[in-house]
Design a protein around this ligand. Structure first.
Ligand code: GLU
Length: 446
């Protein structure tokens, strides 16, 4: 049986880290199995779904390097849902209910206050023809529920192991609104059947939905797919991933944070698994090492610093050719391979290179405080002869330490200020080489 999976985002917002992880893991599983990856846009809610979000989600997936073999929009499949819904109505698996939202909410509250689970009481099944006619005459329109069978629901989850529910403990889900529009649950199952999905991979917030979906599958077909429910990620403190990183979209991570897609993929693919988190420059090794058996059930913690650490490692391996266009887009047309190779080991993000370029190439207004004038003159007098290499900075500053008795900040900061015009910035040993002897001498003269 060849593997067929889907990633099913709702286009009601941008793609965030949590959803991107589901997209990636589903993709890695598909690619590791030579399988088929469907991008299904869950846009049954016309008010909240937006084409801009759909486009942004696609752009995010492309940036992450996740391609899809097929795409479908739920809004284009309404006729198909209607046909299947009619079939289920005919089979008595979907029934009409006439409660108003207020009545339902009262029922819920009353059950909860008595310590009972808020399971729908199915009074709609007891309604007589006269009562229904009375409701209709009042102008009430029914919503429709799927009737669960009171029997065990069990599956072997690829991540959670044996999962057991019982139909009698679950509330019949609403599958059709008063206005006749179908809701996510049944549409999702109809799609999974039609697209012959073999494995449903999604977050563990869907586990109890899955229990009801299993019975919907059984009502529509003789095959129920496999399931894998991923634990949701939390931030480093164990809180729900809503703050900073959680609130960043993938496009923010690309455009505002300036991170590499492979740092995101490296982290998200290994988070919560038995494999170490490492920096990968290519996605293929992640495909080759993928296995659901490596995922644990615990809540993985996502540490933003880890993302930055991976990012710098990945940048250190990027060749000039791979980054040339991006540098040109940043306005750094003259930046060449020598400069890139000299600096890349010091960058956390590609955009950090701007700062290096500006201080190396100038123009720079040297800062020489009155108290340091003699010291800088001294430094000028002992400036090492060309050619310079990576030891020049330390040889020069050691000699100055000896001759002036200065140390620490007093030794280094005046030189940095004179050479770069700033109090902070890239590592001086590398920077000095990029400034070069001529410009350095000029700047020391003030
Ligand atoms: N649109 C649903 C969501 O974003 C899809 C869940 C599923 O994978 O079935 O949560």
């Amino acid at each position: 049986m060849s593997v067929r999976v889907r990633f099913a985002p709702s286009p009601t917002g941008m793609l965030h880290i949590g959803n991107a992880r589901t997209a990636l893991i589903t993709w890695l599983f598909a690619r590791s199995q030579g399988g088929h990856y469907l991008l299904r846009i869950d846009d049954t809610d016309p008010e909240r779904s937006k084409v801009e979000y759909e486009k942004a989600i696609e752009e995010s997936l492309v940036w992450l390097g996740l391609d899809w073999d097929e795409k479908a929009n739920q809004k284009d499949r309404m006729d198909r849902y209607t046909a299947q819904i009619e079939k289920l109505k005919g089979d008595g698996r979907i029934y009409a209910c006439y409660e108003t939202p207020e009545e339902l909410s009262l029922k819920r509250k009353s059950l909860l206050s008595r310590g009972k689970p808020p399971i729908y009481d199915r009074v709609a099944l007891e309604l007589t023809d006269e009562q229904i006619a009375a409701y209709e005459a009042e102008g009430r329109k029914p919503h429709w529920r799927f009737k669960l069978l009171a029997e065990p629901i069990e599956w072997k989850d690829h991540i959670r192991g044996d999962v057991k529910f019982h139909g009698k403990d679950l509330s019949d889900p609403v599958v059709l609104r008063e206005d006749g529009s179908p809701l996510y649950h049944l549409c999702s199952v109809i799609d999974d059947v039609d697209f012959k999905i073999t494995h449903v991979v999604r977050g563990e917030d869907h586990v109890s939905n899955t229990a009801t979906h299993v019975q919907m599958f059984e009502a529509l077909t003789d095959k129920v797919p496999d399931f894998a429910h991923l634990p949701l990620i939390s931030d480093a403190e164990g809180a729900k991933l809503s703050k900073r990183l959680g609130s960043l979209s993938i496009l923010d991570i690309r455009d505002n944070e300036g991170l590499e897609p492979m740092s995101v993929c490296s982290l998200l693919s290994r988070l919560g698994t038995s494999e170490p988190i490492e920096a990968f420059e290519q996605i293929q090794p992640l495909v080759d090492s993928f296995g659901f058996d490596k995922f644990s059930r615990g809540t993985p913690k996502l540490d933003p610093d880890e993302l930055l650490r991976l990012n710098s490692k990945i940048i250190h391996e990027i060749s000039f050719d791979d980054v040339r266009i991006r540098l040109a887009e940043m306005g750094l047309h003259d930046l060449d391979a020598d400069f890139w190779d000299a600096v890349k080991a010091n960058l956390e993000k590609v955009s950090d290179i701007k700062e290096w370029w500006e201080v190396a190439k100038g123009p720079v207004t040297p800062v020489i405080e009155d108290d340091n004038k003699d010291y800088i003159a001294n430094a000028m007098a002992s400036i090492p002869p060309a050619p310079w290499d990576e030891n020049t900075w330390s040889a020069w500053t050691s000699a100055l330490k000896e001759s002036t008795g200065r140390k620490g900040r007093g030794l280094f900061m005046p030189l940095r200020q004179a050479l770069t015009g700033m109090e902070h910035g890239p590592d001086m040993a590398s920077l000095l080489l990029l400034i070069g002897p001529d410009k350095a001498a000029q700047r020391l003269k003030g």
